[in-house]
Design a protein. Structure first.
Length: 556
């Protein structure tokens, strides 16, 4: 068993009850003890660990025990090659936990002569320039206020360079089209909840490995949009923490509440924010007072709870009054297992061939998104098979918060060219589906009826159009809620459909009726869900639990 004093101290604080840890950090300790600290081919570079902590505490701020704990693993190396054991670090915690301050201090050290690696360039990447500059400006100000550091660093407004190692620190925004990998020693990805895809990460990682000890740092607090980059990182972390990837090169340090009810016990807040561990520093005292004020404000304004739970407690929580269904119920449309389980067991999709189904179509915005689908009923379950079409030019103009290109590769959608989404794409999809399934009736709204009706009827389909789509929302809402709650909807492993469902804003009008709108008009599309709702409107008139279609029943 290899030992390191800061690692042992942190684990001991947990064992003796001095600190409260959430389940992910408890799993981390168990994983480290079972798969890492018992190895004999790795070692902690004590010289670098001590130099780094002393440097950071001298020029920036005193490190807390959790920061020393993480720092030790920054310098865990293989004995034979001196390569880093961990080159990727995921650090997630509630707002105010000192993520950026820690990055500022560590970045300053790693490009210094104490680290001793020439051209160890560091890029700070974030979704916006203001956020990308957060740590950069902190390092700049520390140098600017100290004559000793000015002798070691040349600090400009765009780049801070160590005079001896020639290593520089810079900030960049997360636009992959305007980036190249450069020659980085470390890349810091900030605000990772804002990344729709891994494209930026792949591009920026391209420059790593050209200098010794390459590192990637991923920091942030959780966000509202599911099925994005942060969710993929959390799933990787879950597999590592459960011991399924013993030789993983990612170190996941995740702080959050375990369950929502813990928010009402202030002693539990340190699970989400390790800065709140007793004894509190002056910084932590002020932070705690701020968080308390925000918490007590919820009594007067409960609408702020979603923001508070997500950003302060790092535990996203849907407003069930404004969402179609909680995320765990949406997730259950594709999987038998909970969302956070590392081993996902997909729900079994019944054989749909030759089954009667009803088509659903949402073609309201022909210049951006259109969705089609087939709805089946088998036993007590409704099975929804869907596809979407997205206009390429629209994607260039609007930053959709979703991995659109990845979903196209998975066959969930098609990116099309042209000034509008041509009706032929819709018609051809239904014609192709009719070769395998019993689709004869298609339900759509009347918004584009002039474009849709003739084209589909010419191919022999019966078109049912809904004169007032919003009126059917209030009729279907109780049933939709029940189907989600009872796990009677099957979408399959379809991240596009889950994303679209999660994007729906449920608005309850004064008369108690509900409407399905959008949480964001442009960037969070709901078309696949609206197509599903259209199909559900006629489901009971057309679908039966058993029976296959006959060719004679279809109008060609």
């Amino acid at each position: 068993m290899i030992k390191q004093k800061y690692v042992e101290a942190y684990i001991n604080e947990y064992r003796t009850g001095k600190i409260k840890l959430n389940k992910e950090r408890i799993w981390l300790i168990e994983y480290l003890e079972e798969h890492v600290l018992n190895r004999d081919d790795i070692y902690f570079d004590e010289k670098q660990i001590e130099q780094c902590i002393k440097y950071c505490e001298k020029w920036f701020f005193p490190f807390q025990s959790f920061q020393k704990f993480i720092t030790a693993f920054l310098f865990l190396k293989y004995k034979e090659t001196d390569r880093l054991f961990y080159r990727r670090f995921l650090i997630m915690m509630g707002r105010g936990g000192g993520k950026n301050g820690y990055i500022s201090a560590i970045s300053s050290y790693l490009k210094s002569e104490l680290h001793g690696v020439k051209n160890y360039n560091i890029s700070l990447v974030a979704n916006s320039e203001d956020q990308a500059k957060t740590s950069f400006e902190e390092v700049y100000n520390v140098i600017d206020e100290n004559d000793t550091l000015k002798k070691s660093f040349q600090h400009g407004k765009q780049r801070i360079t160590n005079r001896k190692t020639k290593s520089f620190l810079r900030f960049r925004t997360s636009n992959p089209q305007s980036k190249d990998g450069g020659r980085e020693g470390m890349v810091v990805f900030d605000e990772i909840h804002m990344y729709e895809t891994a494209k930026t990460v792949r591009v920026m990682r391209g420059g790593l490995g050209k200098v010794p000890f390459p590192r990637e740092m991923y920091i942030g607090t959780d966000g509202y949009v599911r099925e994005g980059f942060i969710d993929s990182m959390k799933k990787q972390a879950a597999r590592i923490l459960k011991g399924q990837v013993p030789n993983a090169n990612m170190f996941p340090f995740i702080c959050k509440l375990d369950v929502p009810d813990e928010v009402d016990d202030m002693d539990m807040w340190e699970k989400a924010n390790p800065m709140l561990t007793i004894p509190l520093t002056d910084y932590a005292e002020n932070l705690l007072e701020t968080i308390k004020e925000e918490y007590f404000d919820l009594e007067e304004d409960p609408s702020g709870r979603e923001e508070f739970m997500t950003k302060r407690m790092n535990l996203p929580e849907e407003d069930v009054e404004k969402s179609v269904a909680p995320w765990d119920e949406i997730w259950a449309t594709g999987f038998e297992t909970d969302y956070e389980e590392p081993n996902q067991i997909p729900r079994v999709i019944p054989n749909l061939k030759n089954r009667v189904c009803v088509g659903g179509l949402d073609y309201a915005r022909i210049k951006d998104f259109a969705s089609v689908g087939l709805l089946f009923k088998i036993d007590n379950n409704y099975v929804w098979k869907t596809h979407s079409f997205v206009r390429r030019e629209f994607l260039k103009q609007v930053k959709i918060q979703a991995p659109i290109e990845e979903w196209e590769e998975q066959g969930l959608l098609t990116i099309v060219d042209g000034p509008v989404i041509d009706i032929k794409h819709i018609v051809n999809w239904f014609v192709d589906m009719r070769l395998e399934y019993g689709v004869n009736t298609i339900v759509a709204d009347t918004f584009r009826l002039d474009l849709v009706k003739t084209a589909l009827e010419d191919e022999g389909f019966e078109l049912v159009y809904i004169r007032n789509p919003k009126a059917i929302h209030s009729l279907l809402a109780p049933r939709i809620e029940t189907l989600f709650a009872q796990r009677e909807l099957i979408f399959g492993d379809n991240p596009l459909m889950r994303w679209a469902t999660n994007n729906v804003l449920v608005v309850t009008k004064k008369d108690g009726n509900k409407e399905y709108l959008k949480k964001d008009e442009l960037t969070r599309k709901t078309d696949p869900f609206q197509a599903f709702i259209h199909a559900m409107f006629k489901a009971d008139d057309i679908l039966v639990d058993e029976g296959e279609f006959l060719l004679a029943d279809i109008k060609f």
